[in-house]
Write a protein that binds this ligand. Sequence first.
Ligand code: SAH
Ligand code: SF4
Length: 356
Amino acid sequence: MVKEMPDTDTKNIKDLSPGEIEQFVSDNNLQPFRARQISKWVYQRGAACFDEMSDLSKDFRDILRFSFSIGPSLELAQEQISEDGTKKYLFKLADGNQIETVLIPDKSRNTLCISSQVGCALGCTFCLTGTVGKIRNLKPSEILDQYLIVNERNDNNVTNIVFMGMGEPLDNLDNLVKVINILIDPHYIGLSPKRITVSTSGLVPKIKELGEQVSVNLAVSLNAPRDELRDEIMPINKRYPIGELIDASVKFPVPNRKYLMFEYVLLKDVNDSDSDAHTLGRLLKGIKCKINLIPFNEAQPLPYKSPSWDRVLRFQEILISYKINVRIRKSRGSDILGACGQLAASYPSKKTRAVI
Ligand code: SAH
Ligand code: SF4
């Protein structure tokens, strides 16, 4: 059997949404159930070539082969395992760019942190990916293959997906929505939307657009409770200030019994004071939400430091006094630069990549 090779000029079948596959089937005058046969082969049986699709006619298999590629859109370049069990995967794309994906095993779940872009345009000053700038959006196949490849290498044990890797998922909204629809469709991958979280730095109009199309968990990277500070560390705030961001976030339709999440990266002597904790408490008091405090993960050449553990606990204590549901997120995989904000694989020659 000839294995189909990835071809950058031909669309990968995984770049098609469920609706687009149905349309393709109908354009070829075939019955709708043929679309489900294709999705089963691609996503559930992991077919490596169209000829494996034995319940489709030879003619239709030929049409599929001439129209699409089916091979993996990513090549696994390296797997690193942290002392805490976190695994970081470096993938090479067909155009030579690189991205990273992180698998975080925990007692009751295995969370895959996937990338949505090569680099990121938003330039948050505490984030290594932001220092790279945006190189390009990932295609749906390149986002999905992160899951498909890592899940297969780990005995199909990935339970949750968070869009918290490289890039701003809402800056790649069309592809993100396509991917989510494939992830949640029972004829495709069939994950519960409750197990999928999209994290955003706050592209306000896109939060609304995402909510009109899908219902998944939303994490908003707040990181500062005052506009002048947020303007400084997250330049997107100058366009969409905190008030507008909170407003759009609380209107987002998270799944039943799930909470809107706010992420707050604690930067020593920048946003970790008692006064900022009180301002944050007042800002979020009464909103049905959870806050994740993330002590800053240091990475060269970022100019920040992580606060002391006492400071982190004090910040949490103040938020609790406002009856806010707050937890401290452990830094996982930092010894392999796999923790939040430490991903920057598209510049493998950088000093920060020396461990890879
Ligand atoms: N662009 C999206 C998703 C990727 S960043 C977003 O900004 O939400 C995922 C999370 O990592 C964000 O909450 C971000 O604030 C956090 N982060 C970025 N750099 C970090 C660092 N150096 N240490 C800890 N968290 C960081
Ligand atoms: Fe981009 Fe998110 Fe990093 Fe900001 S924190 S630069 S939005 S990846």
